[in-house]
Design a protein around this ligand. Sequence first.
Ligand code: TA6
Length: 296
Amino acid sequence: MVSLMQTLQSLCEQFKVSGLHFEEGHGGLTKAVVATTVASGEIYLHGAHVTAWQPAGHEPVLWMSRSSLFQPGKPIRGGVPICFPWFGPHASDASAPAHGFARTAMWEVAEARPTAEGGISMTLQTRIDPFTVRFTVEFGSVLRMTLATEPASGVSTSHRFEDALHTYFSVSDVRNISITGLEQVRYIDKVDGAQEKPATGAAIEFTGETDRVYLKTDSECHLHDPGRNRTIVVSKSGSQSTVIWNPWVAKSERMPDFGDHEWPEMVCIETANVGINAIELAPNTSHSTTVEIQVQ
Ligand code: TA6
């Protein structure tokens, strides 16, 4: 499949949907802007990266760093990075980009349409050998995102991949929130030697750098934020791992695209298939990882 790079003009001509337009975003990167009665949002073609979602009647839900880069070859910091076809550092190649190629790849818009409730659904696609991936985002009263992976044409053998929708949530203060839903799940503690630890039986609260990979779980998570007087519900399908992350002080200071004082503003709840939950994709099959986010 050879497709011309989509220009701003070609996108505007091809996808005429009320409530959707394309414009030049930060760093001159092309983004789609959604503005409807049910929700607003943004997605960059760079990395198929959702950078904003705000359902009608609520404050913005996703967090973006004010230090984020917007450059070819660099990931955007915040919103919903797509981690694929591996999560974290590459298992054997130290020169390979963290979290894989998807979040710095150029994706193309395959579809854009209105939804029954008056939102917008968009599908972007790219090829990351030996896979093709399609990312469908529904900007509505619920933010629904699906990463669908299948073998690229002509691939006749099985291939393993990891994936994660690495969602950054905006919170009043990470020291004053809690996350429920994972009380009964074992996890790998990446800030304590990647030890596997037993279920805590308690809600997750934050008193320091937190980087936990919960395995073999399809649990729904609730992010309780009394400072914003809201609970954010994160439900999923096709995902057996959930990652919870806040960098806290020292790690924030080590990341050039993350402001030193931004860490209290965010928490990541990531919908994933990593480690023992990685996917082995057989020829002529596909896998979809879906997350649905809504505000109560
Ligand atoms: O999801 C948590 C994590 O794997 C952390 O270890 C941290 O590295 C974070 O992802 C961000 O990774 P990035 O490559 O975007 O800086």
